[in-house]
Structures are given as C-alpha cells and as structure tokens.
Design a binder for this molecule. Sequence first.
Ligand code: SF4
Length: 251
Amino acid sequence: MIETNLVNLLLQRGQNLWQARQTFVQFTGDPHVDQMLNDLDNTPHAFVLACIMDRQIKAELAWLIPYRIAQRIGDFSISALAELSPSRIEDLMTRPDPLHRFPSKMARNFHEGVQHIAIAYQGDASNIWADKPSSATVVYRFLEFRGVGPKIATMAANILARDFKVAFSDYYSIDISVDMHVRRVFTRLGLVRKDASNEQIIYKARSLSPKFPGLLDLPTWEIGRNWCKPRKPECSACYMNKVCPRQGIQQ
Ligand code: SF4
C-alpha cells in the first residue's frame, strides 16, 4: 500500500513533467551553448554529438564540447565538421585546453559520430527521430554511435520525448538512466535494496511503469538532486515525505 502511494506520487510528477509545455532545457547553464543544443531545427547534430561526449566527465562539461569545437573552427555545419580528419579533431579537442579528460578517445568518437550523421542520416541528425519512430528504434539508432551505451541512448530518447516533445509511436523502450541520484532515491524509497544492481533498478522501473519506464527518471533524479542529499536529506521540503519509509533518517 505504501509502495503504491509513493509510486503513484512519482508517476504523477512524471506525468506532469511529461505533459508540461516544451521549455528551454538548461544543459550547461551557458545560454549560448544551450541555445545551440536546444535548436533541433538548425543544429540537431549538436544535441547528438553532446550525447556522444557525455562520458567520464561531468555532464555540464561534456555538453559544452560541440559548442567549443564550433568556436574553434568558426563553423558548426555538418559539412564543415565532416571535412575534419580524426587528427584535426583531436587537435581541436586538445588545444589550447583539453575539452575532455580523454581527448584522443573522444575525438575518435566525435569524428565517427559526424561521419555517421553525414552518411546514414544525409547530414541531418534530426532524421534519427523523424517520422514518429518507435522508442526502440530511436534508442537503437543512438546505440549505433561509437561510445554510446544504453544509459546515454535511453537518456537521449527520454530528453527528446519529454523535453523536446518529439513524437514517438511508443515509449516502452525508454528506460531510466541510473545515476547516483536515481539510485539513492530508489533505495531510500524502499523500491530496491541498497545493493541493487543498475539492471535491477532499471527492471524495477519497468515493472512500475511498463508503458514508459523513463517516466520515473526525472522525478527521482530531481528528488535526489534537490532534497534527498547523500548526507543530510531535506525531508521536510521533499514532496515524498508523507509516504517515504526513510524520511528523517540522516545518512
Ligand atoms: S522524504 Fe527524505 S529520505 Fe525520503 S525521498 Fe524525500 S528526501 Fe529522501
């Protein structure tokens, strides 16, 4: 009964976020960068390349990289990017300051990502999600980019559906992307055991919201980010405090 109540609260919050009007997504906090990342009509490849860069460094830094590359070459058209050799991209990724912790590896991923967009999607990355594809199709298409795993692929599909209101024919294959916030909240709400694997958390979300597991992603992430802090959870401010089995526990 308690689990039902708290899951209903999470799903309601997820529905509200889902039904909210499209808003400007603050990926990095820099308005110029975020403008390019939000402009799916003119620079959809910025969003895709930022997803490819989102590995092993803070997301806010990873999502800056396409803009910083654009600044360094003075052009962000896919045709200009497609002419860059792998070594040139590595140079751009490295100088005058490194854009990523692993510039060589990420330069290769960036180069192959640009080539894949140029060849498979006729230079228009929005063809990845055009024509109302199934969620599995979109996730699979992201997985085809070098360096993109299931977590980033489902995150990308979730952002497209939830924040950019891109229409899909279904939402079954959009899972939650387990990070430290999502894990902490799933654990403290008693939805999974403390030692649960990422796969267990993903399947728990599937069992709670089979038609759209990713609906639980942002509600749990924002609870973890805003109130359910690692050391001092701010339970009095958290909207789950009436149903949370762990509320008030300091850990
Ligand atoms: S009530 Fe407290 S412990 Fe429960 S989810 Fe909210 S912040 Fe975390």
